[in-house]
Design a protein around this ligand. Structure first.
Ligand code: 3H9
Length: 702
């Protein structure tokens, strides 16, 4: 059956695309579009209208086809055919016209659409550049500077803004049902005006001085350090100013293929699909989630306040509970400050801010939680305190309410056991600052009910989070791996590297922030306090925390106290190495009989990254994570792992598990310890020349 329906309405040939879910330009769709335009060429229609069924206009090329051999017709061929049509062609947009979808619209002679539509060229987020004329046509239409911004930023823009810059010709402020009649009227107007085809490709080449490009490249160097696509985007747009259309299109094609074949694009495409997959819990298909109309949050500290903001911003009323009025007031003031910052940064307007604040009601009375649909506990990280809270919730909340804990380390099953309804208990591990960070670990206890889990996954999306399922273990997926990573960073220090070398080695590789600086940012007292509740075995190798403990005992808690591993400038918060810390590290090395040596950056990276991979393999094998891609999503969204490297498990797969396993065995021989005990799954996959991804796929089929 054809994916394109064609009919003539009042002299206008209506070409309707229907390729759910997002009308991606698969081979079959490209072929059917080509056939429809060929059929329309000689018929009685006076103009052609390109429109889509379903929730959106075309969302781009079909990303899943990029790893397969290309099949004709190519998108540039289809686009050329449309642009050359001798009848005027009008694109009619709704939803999102993205990537190849916007390029298709740019091949049309006129563009109209709903005011609610958004348009963009997000290829850069996949490590690509627009490969079907976007880098050549967009600057001809909107100028070089705007085009550079749109293409290298990848962020879709609203239709109204697009109209202002001449990217859209007509915007309709109506609902989706009226799009077709309004677009037909617009097409009729074009016929009556005898406006004829207006080809973007025939507009004069855009102009810009060499300086525009060099300045933009410099900005990109800072913003997207180490990434290929943004730089090649500038090359492609520059070609539009220097070459005639056909040559420019060839240049764009070459650069597109270079990007498509790059490791970075493979990694980013993996992340695209992993993000979507992570939101699915195997075995929960068809389970009906519980309705959630109201939420209670216990604890108005940094975490509780941030969580309250997530729900309030999504329009879900929140009851925020604290022990006393003073704590509640402090929490409320912090929330107000955060919303005020969002307004200052243009993310919210005053009306939205007031609406959000009005959605949060403070209380000190547990009774006010009796009727809410979901309660999230965000109190002090102590098992007994949390169990008391849950016992109380059990007595207070209505039957069927979901009881969630935001714990980052405690045993969720032990918390659930404090209630008579462990099946209603789930972990919702938000990351700090909770109103900003996208990651949400949804923790499934031994007895969590399926519909509770389904509710948590769905709700996460509603509040704009990226949910990933985790089983119960110390630290769940992210913090369990972080512990290994952080320990290795500390061991590198005591063995001879400086804090700035460790951070520099990871940041130059692409991590958003090095591990030592992250510790200072989070506050060294947090780990210190957490260690107080552990026995020596749980604490691990004392060499991996003795320096941090000593710093805390000197009152150096990190950024918040002006000093931790680094010294911080009070105003700019920029970090500076501190000779006192260098001496402290040496002292500790002497105390623990460690002979210090020099490190290369590569050695530091090897230890830190392989520590993540080995622990990740254990997590996978134990079934704590559903899939390797889930672990990648956790690390990218929660811990600043560079998306263009695909996450730790993708990194290991791309490097080859045989080599990874051999390197971990070498580290084990050199350093010993639990961290380097190779994960049995890793050994098995290395020996059978497999990848984590291949193993996960096989498991699923099995
Ligand atoms: C490109 O166009 C290159 C050209 O310049 C040159 C070519 C020569 N392909 O996100 P959702 C699937 S590069 C294949 O959950 P939403 C997605 O995997 C492309 N599949 O929905 C999911 O499948 P499943 C440039 C795609 O409503 C389902 O659709 N375009 C594609 O939250 C629903 O997706 C982009 O980068 C695709 N292009 O958001 C746009 N897009 O249900 C990428 C989606 O099995 N897409 N799927 O998991 C998006 O940003 C969002 O999907 C969109 C809808 C905003 C459209």
């Amino acid at each position: 059956m054809s994916l394109v329906h064609y009919e003539i309405r009042d002299g206008i040939g209506v070409i309707r695309l229907n390729n759910p879910p997002v009308n991606a330009l698969s081979t079959a769709l490209r072929r059917d579009i080509q056939e429809a335009f060929a059929a329309a060429r000689e018929d009685a229609s006076e103009a052609l209208l390109l429109i889509c069924d379903g929730r959106t206009f075309v969302a781009g090329a079909d990303i899943s086809e990029f790893d397969k051999p290309p099949q004709p017709p190519s998108l540039p061929e289809v686009i050329e055919q449309i642009e050359q049509s001798h009848k005027p062609v009008i694109a009619s947009l709704h939803g999102t016209a993205l990537g190849g979808g916007l390029e298709l619209a740019l091949a049309c002679h006129y563009r109209c659409g709903l005011a609610s539509a958004r348009v963009g060229l997000p290829e850069v987020k996949l490590g690509l550049l627009p490969g079907a004329g976007g880098t050549q046509r967009l600057p001809r239409l909107v100028g070089v500077e705007k085009a550079l911004k749109i293409i290298s930023g990848g962020k879709p823009i609203p239709a109204v803004e697009a109209e202002k810059m001449g990217l859209l010709d007509r915007v309709f402020d109506t609902g989706a049902a009226d799009l077709l009649p309004r677009a037909l009227e617009y097409a009729r107007e074009i016929i009556d005006r005898r406006a004829g085809p207006r080809r973007v490709g025939e507009l004069p080449a855009p102009s810009a001085g060499a300086e525009t490009f060099s300045q933009f490249r410099q900005q990109l160097d800072k913003r997207s350090r180490g990434q290929l696509a943004p730089q090649l985007i500038v090359d492609a747009v520059q070609a539009a100013t220097e070459q005639p259309l056909q040559r420019g299109l060839e240049t764009e094609r070459q650069l597109f293929v270079q990007c498509r074949e790059s490791d970075q694009s493979h990694a980013l495409r993996h992340v695209f699909f992993a993000e979507r997959e992570a939101a699915r819990v195997d075995g929960l298909e068809g389970v009906e989630p519980r309705p959630v109309h109201s939420v209670g949050i216990i604890g108005a500290g940094t975490m509780g306040g941030g969580i309250a903001m997530c729900f309030a911003s999504a329009g879900i009323p929140v009851t925020l509970l604290e022990m006393n009025g003073e704590a509640l007031e402090r929490g409320r003031a912090a929330i107000e400050r955060n919303y005020a910052t969002a307004v200052r940064r243009g993310k919210l307007d005053e009306v939205q801010k007031e609406r959000c604040l009005a959605a949060i009601r403070g209380t000190t009375d547990y009774g006010d939680l009796a009727q809410v649909d979901l309660v999230i506990e965000a109190v002090f990280e102590d098992l007994n305190v949390k169990r008391e809270v849950f016992a109380r919730l059990d007595r207070t909340c209505r039957p069927g309410a979901i009881l969630a804990s935001n714990t980052s380390y405690q045993d969720l099953d032990a918390i659930a056991a404090a209630t008579a309804r462990p099946y209603d208990v789930v972990g919702l591990h938000f990351f700090s600052p909770a109103n900003i960070m996208k990651l949400l670990e949804v923790v499934r206890g031994k007895r969590t009910a399926d519909d509770v889990l389904a509710t948590a996954m769905k709700l996460a999306k509603r509040i704009g989070k990226m949910p990933v399922l985790s089983g119960v273990c110390y630290g769940f997926i992210g913090n369990r791996m972080l512990r290994r990573y952080g320990s290795q960073a500390q061991l590198c220090l005591i063995e001879g590297a400086s804090p700035e070398q460790v951070d520099g080695a990871m940041e130059s590789w692409g991590m958003a922030m090095g591990p030592i600086a992250v510790g200072d940012l989070a506050g060294l007292d947090i780990g210190y306090r957490a260690r107080q509740s552990l026995d020596d075995e749980q604490k691990g190798d004392p060499r991996s925390y003795c320096i941090a403990d000593a710093l805390v005992e000197q009152g150096r808690l990190g950024q918040k106290s002006g000093a931790g591993f680094y010294r911080y400038d009070a105003e700019t918060r920029s970090r500076k190495p501190d000779p006192l810390v260098a001496s402290l590290i040496e002292e500790k090395a002497t105390e623990f009989d460690v002979v210090r040596r020099t490190f290369t950056d590569a050695e530091i990276r090897e230890r830190l990254l392989l520590a993540l991979v080995n622990e990740g393999a254990k997590i996978l094998e134990e079934g704590i994570a559903q899939r390797p891609g889930d672990i990648d999503v956790v690390y990218i969204y929660g811990y600043g792992f560079p998306a263009h490297r695909g996450g730790p498990m993708f990194y290991a797969d791309s490097r080859g598990l045989r080599g990874v396993y051999a390197a971990i065995c070498d580290l084990q021989a050199q350093y010993g310890g639990d961290c380097w005990e190779p994960a049995p799954l890793l050994r098995e996959l290395a020996e059978s020349e497999m990848t984590f991804a291949g193993w996960a796929e096989g498991n699923r089929q099995f």
